[in-house]
Design a protein. Structure first.
Length: 257
C-alpha cells in the first residue's frame, strides 16, 4: 500500500482560498498513491484561534467540494485532514473528512480531545464523541486528530473497532516535537498497527510547526520521516504485517482491562 502524507506549510502570507487550491493540486499529483493524507486545520492553522470563526464551513463546504474533486481526479483514498466545521446549531468542531476514490465522503470525524486546557480550541470548539474507523480495500483505518495522540484509550477503542492503520493529522508545534515522535511510535507499538501521522510545516499565529510527519510500522520501526519544511512524505507498506505482528507477538490477547 502506498501512502503520501502532504506536510503542507501553513503561513500567514497565504490566503485560505489559495492554500485550498494548492492542497488540491498537491493531492492530484499523488495519483500513484492508494491513500493520501493532509494535516489538521490546514486551511487556518491549528493555533490560529482568531481565524476559526471566520473560516468555519459546513461539513459539505468549500473544502469538502475541493477535496472530493481532488480525490476523484487522483483516484485515491483521501484523508483530507480537518476543517473548522460549523454545525447547524452554530457550534464549531475540528472535523476530519475522509473521501473514497469516487470523491464521495466515506467518513467524518469530530476531534474528541480539544487542545488548549482553558483556552483556544478547548473553548472555541465542541468535542466530538464518536470513534471512527473506515474500511479501505487493503486495511481498516482508524482516525484521530493531533492532541488525541496523547490519549491511548482512544486508540484502543479504534483497535476494538478493527483498526489496523491509525491516521493522525496534526498541527503539532516544534517545541513539543520529541513528544510527537515518541507518541506516534508508542501508539504503533502498543496497538501493533501502522501509524501515519501528518503534521504541518511553516509558522502561523507565532507558533513554529514541527513538521516531521512520520510513518511507523506495527513493530515501532520508523518507515519514513519528513523534515521540518513543506514536503510530501511517501511510504510503501504491507498492511498484512499487522496480522503477522499480532500473531507472532500476541500482546493484545493479554489485555485484562
Ligand atoms: N492542535 C493540537 O491538538 C496541538 C496538540 C499539542 O500541541 C500537544 O499535544 O502538545
Amino acid at each position: 500500500m502506498r501512502a503520501s502524507l502532504i506536510q503542507i506549510a501553513v503561513d500567514e502570507g497565504e490566503s485560505v482560498a489559495v492554500r485550498r487550491r494548492r492542497a488540491a493540486s498537491l493531492v492530484r499529483a499523488e495519483s500513484a498513491a492508494d491513500l493520501v493524507v493532509l494535516p489538521e486545520l490546514w486551511t487556518t492553522g491549528a493555533f490560529a484561534f482568531d481565524e476559526f470563526d471566520g473560516a468555519a464551513e459546513p461539513l459539505r463546504g468549500p473544502t469538502y467540494e475541493a477535496m472530493g474533486a481532488a480525490a476523484a481526479d487522483a483516484g485515491v483514498w483521501l484523508h483530507a485532514g480537518s476543517v473548522p466545521e460549523r454545525d447547524i446549531d452554530g457550534t464549531l468542531y475540528n472535523t476530519s473528512l475522509v473521501f473514497a476514490p469516487s470523491g464521495d465522503l466515506a467518513a467524518s470525524y469530530r476531534k474528541i480531545h480539544r487542545f488548549g486546557f482553558d483556552q483556544g480550541e478547548a473553548v472555541l470548539m465542541g468535542a466530538g464523541r464518536d470513534l471512527v474507523a473506515v474500511r479501505l480495500p487493503e486495511t481498516v483505518v482508524g482516525v484521530a486528530t493531533c492532541y488525541d495522540l496523547r490519549f491511548p484509550e482512544l486508540f484502543r477503542g479504534l483497535v476494538d473497532a478493527g483498526a489496523e492503520t491509525l491516521v493522525v493529522p496534526a498541527g503539532w508545534p516544534e517545541r513539543r516535537r520529541a513528544h510527537w515522535t515518541l507518541l506516534a511510535r508508542a501508539r504503533a507499538v502498543e496497538n501493533q498497527a501502522f501509524v501515519l501521522a501528518c503534521g504541518t510545516a511553516g509558522t502561523h499565529a507565532g507558533v513554529p510547526q514541527a513538521g516531521h510527519s512520520i510513518v511507523v510500522d506495527p513493530w515501532g520501526e520508523v518507515l519514513a520521516e519528513a523534515g521540518a519544511d513543506e514536503e510530501v512524505l511517501r511510504a510503501e507498506f504491507d498492511p498484512a504485517k499487522v496480522a503477522r505482528t499480532r500473531e507472532q507477538f500476541p500482546a493484545l490477547k493479554d489485555r485484562v482491562l
